[in-house]
Write a protein that binds this ligand. Structure first.
Ligand SMILES: CC(C)(COP(=O)(O)OP(=O)(O)OC[C@H]1O[C@@H](n2cnc3c(N)ncnc32)[C@H](O)[C@@H]1OP(=O)(O)O)[C@@H](O)C(=O)NCCC(=O)NCCS
Length: 186
């Protein structure tokens, strides 16, 4: 008989992976890597680009220090939860084209995995966000089977909603306020 072991434990009300196993993943065209401070310049180039915040009233990062704080918080997620957002590199040259992945957050007092994607405008329209989102959903199903994967976006952000739909997330009107909400389960 095969004995299965839960890959994560509950700690202080949140789920924590026992071992970090998904810090480096390859998809057909992409490499997904746990972020480091060495990624800061590329991270700022993406998060500081107004085009990548067209639907975000808060706007882009205007200083590299702001981006550094954000990047460090994404790095901390890996230490705390064993999962977080990846830096997305395009094979074979390894150019950084985006930031995407899963983050442990709370939604309506429930622990969920926030699905996130932000790519350089030159990389848009090639299916890259969908490719990462599919890989992220696969990781969530394997490592955190009890947690909903949730994509939240502004109702004007058609590309972001299209990605959520393409990977099979369902819109949940009852969870919506300011944001449109798609989930894998609830
Ligand atoms: C959202 C984002 C990550 C999508 O990245 P991407 O790599 O271009 O996404 P994909 O190519 O995998 O898929 C995009 C889909 O949106 C569709 N799309 C694009 N513009 C659209 C529009 N105006 N209306 C409807 N669908 C649209 C595309 O046709 C494509 O679907 P298809 O493959 O079925 O044709 C990218 O636009 C981005 O980085 N935006 C800025 C950051 C952002 O808004 N992130 C979401 C935060 S909540």
């Amino acid at each position: 008989m095969v004995k299965t072991v839960a890959p994560y434990v509950a700690s202080r009300g949140r789920s924590v992976l026992l071992t970090v196993v998904r810090e480096s993943i390859e998809t057909e065209r992409l490499m997904l890597l746990r972020p480091t401070l060495a990624d800061l310049d590329d991270f700022f180039a993406i998060d500081g680009d107004p085009l990548t915040h067209l639907h975000n009233p808060a706007g882009p990062d205007t200083t590299i220090e702001t981006s550094e704080r954000r990047l460090r918080s994404y790095m901390d997620d890996w230490t705390t939860f064993g999962i977080g957002y990846w830096i997305v590199r395009l094979k074979p040259d390894s150019d950084i084209i985006g930031i995407a992945g899963l983050r442990s957050v709370e939604l309506l007092d429930r622990e969920v995995l926030n699905l996130y994607y932000r790519f350089k405008p030159v990389a848009w329209g090639n299916g890259f966000a969908t490719e990462v989102a599919r890989a992220a959903l696969d990781v969530a199903c394997k490592d955190f089977p009890g947690l909903p994967v949730v994509a939240r976006t502004r109702p004007t952000n058609e590309p972001a909603m299209a990605v959520a739909r393409k990977i099979g997330l369902e819109r949940r009107l009852e969870l919506e306020g300011e944001y449109v909400v798609f989930t894998s389960q609830w």
